[in-house]
Design a protein around this ligand. Structure first.
Ligand SMILES: [Zn+2]
Ligand SMILES: [Zn+2]
Length: 495
């Protein structure tokens, strides 16, 4: 194939796709697509599971002959792409390369090319001009694309970058640092990247308890503002206070369940971003910062929208939590949530049976416990450590289930945690006996029998040899015990 008529060299820090646009423009082509057709880069097709950015090698191979340059020289010119941008399982945004164009209009006017760093999802503001990077035309609001007029203005409405009034936005010092690291040695700053990505996802969903891990940053026209807010959330005390204050106002239905639940969005950021610590958030005054926090639907996985009932209860998204979050927030031992699900006391929002993937509506709990609990003035305190639970072959989760469903009268003693509950003493005794009887109506695993008898392996074997308790009929080893014989023995020895 013939060489292109005009073959400019790439500029330092020029993006590959931006360079292709510049080549198109200089050679009278309309943009990326037309250039690709000309040089034989295959269409990516409808199945966009692969990113345009993963095709750099194909593009460079096709460019080399029409530019009359060595492939190795071209590779070297565009080698700034680090594998760090593509994947890191710890990040809430795994691939931080943005495929569509994002630009600083002032830089374009001055330098005439697209900087590859504008395509990094964790950056928001041009450090030279202190303006937000644009991914849509400020004049017509349409998204920018890789058209050859990109270097001059918007091809949709004809507005030019020159003379456009774009408001200044001061860059935070943390973001300035991130710009330097981008060209430095990004693999040294993986932790910083993890924190920034977490803050971006949280800034996109400031009132949600649970945040989705994403493959890519969402495509929204306000994306740079969200990233800019993320830096402020990470570094600016006023912004933090304003956010904490509005969490309290926006999530007030959670107040009866305590601070950990009310401020779950803040705790979610603390969990995902290791350098982010809001000390004493609960004492926060709420702040007087004018920052506004907007919820962006695009930051939520479609599958979470799918579970919202027809009543379009979009607030539900705020209160969805995973079972591990629930366990932590409510101060519960493992297994309680599963027990409550099995008993039908709480229902997951989604249809999966895998507890790890289940999401729950936090509000079920405030309703559950304010409805079910009647104050027990002269009750008995039960906690996950209460020994009578294991000796009666039951669990704390079962106590919660039965209090929640009204089988057992009880009340929460400390509104912020569900890890202690006061129950009616008399009722509780009967309940424990019923639990033991129920468990003994079938075969009991030996380890549970040991817990019930507060004894070890040896003692169980001795009891079996003496005929005081029996092995299960179906089992020849000591692995399982006949429930009836166990119940008889316990009843006898307790007398
Ligand atoms: Zn600039
Ligand atoms: Zn426009």
């Amino acid at each position: 194939m013939n060489k292109l008529g005009v073959r400019p060299y790439s500029e330092p820090n020029e993006s590959l796709l931006g360079y292709c646009v510049r080549l198109s423009k200089r050679n009278g082509l309309s943009g990326l697509r037309m250039l690709y057709d000309l040089i034989g880069v295959p269409n990516i097709g409808k199945n966009k599971s692969r990113s345009e950015l993963d095709r750099s090698e194909v593009i460079l191979e096709k460019l080399a002959p029409i530019l009359g340059r060595d492939l190795s020289v071209l590779r070297e010119a565009f080698s700034a792409q680090s594998p760090v941008w593509v994947y890191d399982e710890k990040r809430l945004i795994q691939d931080i390369r943005i495929e569509h164009p994002r630009i600083c209009p002032n830089c374009i006017i001055e330098k005439g090319f697209v900087d590859w760093r504008w395509g990094l999802a964790h950056l928001s503001t041009c450090p030279e001009h202190q303006v937000l990077l644009l991914d849509a035309c400020p004049s017509c609001n349409k998204p920018l694309d890789w058209h050859s007029s990109l270097l001059q203005g918007c091809h949709k409405c004809g507005a030019t970058w020159e003379g456009m009034d774009i408001s200044k936005r001061p860059i935070t010092s943390l973001e300035e640092k991130a710009w330097v690291h981008a060209t430095d040695n990004p693999s040294n700053y993986k932790d910083l990247l993890t924190d920034i990505c977490a803050a971006i996802v949280v800034a996109g969903r400031p009132y949600d308890s649970y945040h989705d891990r994403r493959n890519h940053a969402p495509t929204i026209s306000e994306y740079s503002s969200v990233v800019s807010l993320a830096y402020k959330i990470l570094t600016d005390t006023w912004t933090q206070e304003a956010w904490i204050g509005s969490c309290k106002a926006e999530r007030d239905v959670c107040l009866p369940l305590g601070d950990k639940v009310t401020y779950a969005p803040v705790l979610s950021l603390e969990k995902h971003a290791r350098t982010f610590k809001v000390t004493d958030i609960y004492g926060s005054s709420g702040g007087s910062d004018s920052t506004t926090f907007e919820e962006n639907a695009e930051f939520v996985k479609q599958s979470r929208f799918n579970v919202i009932p027809a009543s379009s209860d979009t607030d539900l998204l705020r209160y969805q939590v995973s079972s591990s979050q629930l366990t932590k927030m409510l101060g519960l031992p493992n297994g309680c949530i599963q027990q409550m699900v099995d008993d039908g006391v709480i229902k997951p929002c989604n249809s999966t049976n895998v507890l790890r993937d289940q999401l729950f509506d936090m509000r079920q709990f405030s309703k559950l416990f304010s409805d079910a609990c009647q104050a027990e003035a002269s009750g008995r305190l039960v906690t996950p450590k209460s020994k009578e639970l294991t000796t009666h072959l039951t669990s704390y989760g079962k106590v919660l289930s039965d209090v929640a469903s009204g089988v057992l009268n009880g009340s929460i003693t400390d509104s912020s945690e569900l890890n202690q509950i006061v129950v009616n003493e008399l009722q509780y005794k009967k309940w424990l006996a019923a639990m033991l009887e129920n468990a003994c109506s079938e075969t009991v695993p030996a380890y549970k029998a040991q817990a019930a008898l507060k004894c070890g392996d040896k003692k169980i074997k001795t009891l079996i040899h003496r005929g005081e308790i029996k092995c299960s009929r179906l089992c020849t080893s000591y692995g399982s015990i006949d429930g009836n014989s166990l119940l008889e023995f316990i009843t006898k020895t307790m007398k």
